[in-house]
Unconditional design. Structure first.
Length: 320
């Protein structure tokens, strides 16, 4: 009885080789890995394609972007590099933060001309909507809050900024003025996007700091977290054209959109030794049996005449 219990535990417990536990005589399949959504190319898509789906996404993302800038301004703990420049210019002019955001965007758009960049609908909408949304946010968010409230505004503003970038960039109406400057300068100089973006951000931050723009812990937090936040939200808002969806669905392998039978998915994710397969007529033999057959085939044949079989006479005499 003890031996039977031990054998039952041996075959039902999860051993060191990763064989799954059996429940009720059946092998429990391990949980299937969740496929992460893939990103389409974030290039420009014409205006007439799915306008009822893409236009609201564009304007909602731009409005959230402008509002996130105003939230970070009210936190008074540091701003993004371009907001530092806008705030520095605000200290030396009578223009509002949103108006300066639009003017700086228009000036950056002029730098597209030598880079042979063409503005799209999303480029112009970026300048106009972000300016109005940031001024409206500054009117709605109160000033002179306590440190815990300002810290919450800073963290929420950075996360909202990353979300808004994923929303309006995912609509694929064209890059904003600053993004177009980065891609155009990278194409003209042959340098990487990372290097060009870093040089632009550092230059803008230095000019804004010289103009008394606020640089603080929020600036560092923004630089470190806005990229990962945008990357996290982008797969849920990036628009895919029908051709791109069909292309990803017909791709080989286990790519996103590739439908496979449930039995095949189950068999691919359990150990081969635990699969229930029909017995084959030509089942492979073990290495020991193959070695034994090879030795029999390689044994030399005996030389000389074979001995004749011996026939003993029957008991009681010799047969006639």
């Amino acid at each position: 009885m003890v031996e039977a219990v031990g054998m039952e535990q041996k075959f039902t417990e999860h051993d060191e080789r990763g064989v799954p536990r059996r429940h009720g005589g059946r092998v429990a399949a391990p949980p299937l890995p969740r496929a992460s959504p893939s990103l389409p190319p974030l290039t420009y898509v014409r205006l007439g394609e799915r306008p009822l789906r893409r236009f609201p996404q564009l304007f909602a993302g731009l409005a959230l972007y402008g509002f996130s800038l105003s939230v970070m301004v009210r936190s008074s703990l540091g701003l993004s590099p371009w907001s530092v420049l806008n705030e520095g210019l605000e200290h030396h002019t009578s223009l509002s933060f949103g108006t300066l955001t639009a003017l700086v965007g228009a000036l950056v758009l002029l730098l597209w001309i030598p880079l042979r960049q063409r503005p799209k609908f999303g480029t112009v909408a970026n300048i106009v909507v972000v300016a109005y949304a940031s001024d409206l946010g500054l009117l709605l968010v109160p000033q002179h809050l306590g440190l815990p409230a300002r810290a919450g505004l800073l963290v929420g503003g950075v996360l909202l900024n990353g979300l808004s970038i994923a929303v309006y960039v995912g609509a694929r109406f064209g890059p904003g003025p600053r993004d177009g400057l980065m891609t155009g300068a990278s194409a003209a100089t042959g340098r990487s996007l990372r290097l060009i973006r870093t040089l632009i951000e550092i230059s803008v931050l230095a000019v804004g700091w010289l103009l008394d723009g606020r640089v603080g812990v929020g600036t560092v937090l923004y630089a470190l977290t806005v990229g990962p936040a945008t990357q996290f939200f982008m797969p849920w808002f990036a628009y895919s054209t029908p051709a791109e969806r069909v292309g990803r669905g017909s791709a080989g392998g286990d790519g996103v959109g590739m439908r496979r039978p449930a039995r095949q998915l189950f068999n691919d994710r359990i150990p081969r030794a635990c699969r229930r397969t029909p017995p084959a007529a030509h089942a492979p033999s073990s290495p020991a049996s193959r070695t034994a057959r090879a030795r029999l085939r390689s044994r030399p044949e005996p030389r000389g005449p074979r001995p004749r079989p011996r026939h003993d006479p029957p008991a009681g005499g010799v047969a006639a």
